[in-house]
Design a protein around this ligand. Structure first.
Ligand SMILES: Cc1cc2nc3c(=O)[nH]c(=O)nc-3n(C[C@H](O)[C@H](O)[C@H](O)COP(=O)(O)O)c2cc1C
Length: 285
């Protein structure tokens, strides 16, 4: 099991190829899924590498190498998360069975064969073994997502992501200063997609104002070659500590201000969340 794919590998001498393909096809189509297999996977994933009396690694060097590789390439990426015991505690044979039935489909996999082989013969052999296996509809893709506090994230780390949503409250008709600084620190990237989202206390902003407020997101993307996916906006709630000052600044009577507070209260609400979800879906599709 890797980050977004499952891998089954067999390494065999060429003369055992046909037998290996039988095993391979069997493993793919009807693997044995039992609690003791899950326990085996837990031991393999959690097992400490064996070290001899001189501290030299004698077993488990591959998993150590893979761990080190992940530590280096996946730093600050959603993939940096590694298995824990509790992941295996939560896994039942029925879960694994369901995963297998959902995702192990011919329209969702790639078979690669390399070595001292006759390509035409291997293709024919694979076709025969998988002829009855029909494509199936796959579950909707669940994206791996991580919610990060901007103050704890180095903008340079964003190049490890596919898509980022950068959020900001509106302060004085602009995105917050800290968010602007964060956008300035994002490196150039032709692989990254970026969408903004803003919350504001004002109830109704004309589209041109909202567009102007989202401008720092699109400008940053344009400067850095990032694919800009638009900006979501949503009614927010002005912190109580600001009420008196803003009421005074806007010269509103108590009744008018009470009306303002009423329309801000409870946001973001269920509708706002549904709209945000729809926006996120459109960005990811
Ligand atoms: C200093 C400051 C300035 C603000 N200026 C505006 C503004 O110009 N327009 C507006 O609609 N909301 C303004 N707001 C309200 C914020 O946009 C609102 O509090 C925010 O969207 C709610 O998100 P939060 O809970 O993360 O702060 C301001 C808030 C603060 C604290």
């Amino acid at each position: 099991m890797h980050d977004e794919w499952t891998e089954i590998t067999l390494n065999v001498p060429t003369e055992d190829l046909e037998e290996a393909l039988d095993l391979f096809a069997g493993k793919l189509a009807s693997p044995v899924i039992r609690q003791d297999n899950i326990e085996g996977a837990r031991r393999a994933a959690m097992g400490d590498a064996a070290v001899d009396d001189d501290g030299v690694l004698v077993n488990g060097s591959l998993s150590v190498a893979v761990d080190k590789f992940r530590d280096i390439v996946y730093v600050e990426s959603p993939y940096e998360r590694v298995f824990s015991e509790s992941d295996f505690d939560a896994l039942s044979p029925a879960d694994v069975e369901q995963f297998h039935q959902s995702y192990f489909a011919p329209n969702n996999m790639t078979i690669a064969v390399s070595g001292d082989i006759d390509e035409d013969a291997v293709r024919e052999s694979l076709r025969n073994r998988f002829a009855d296996w029909t494509p199936q509809e796959l579950p909707e893709r669940q994206n791996e997502a991580a919610l990060k506090n901007m103050t704890e994230l180095d903008p340079g780390a964003l190049s490890a992501y596919d898509v980022v949503f950068v959020g900001s409250p509106i302060h004085a008709a602009n995105i917050a200063k800290e968010v602007g600084e964060f956008l300035g620190g994002i490196p150039e990237s032709s692989n990254l997609k970026l969408a903004g989202f803003i919350t504001h206390a004002g109830a109704v902003y004309p589209p041109q104002d909202l567009e102007a407020m989202a401008q720092p997101f699109s400008n940053a993307c344009q400067e850095k070659g990032i694919d800009y996916k638009g900006c979501f906006n949503c009614q927010g709630y002005l912190g109580d500590f600001m009420h008196e000052a803003v009421q005074k600044m806007q010269n509103l009577t108590d009744d008018e201000w009470a009306e303002n507070v009423k329309q801000m209260t409870g946001h973001p609400d269920a509708d706002d969340e549904a709209n945000a979800k729809a926006f996120a879906k459109s960005v990811l599709s």
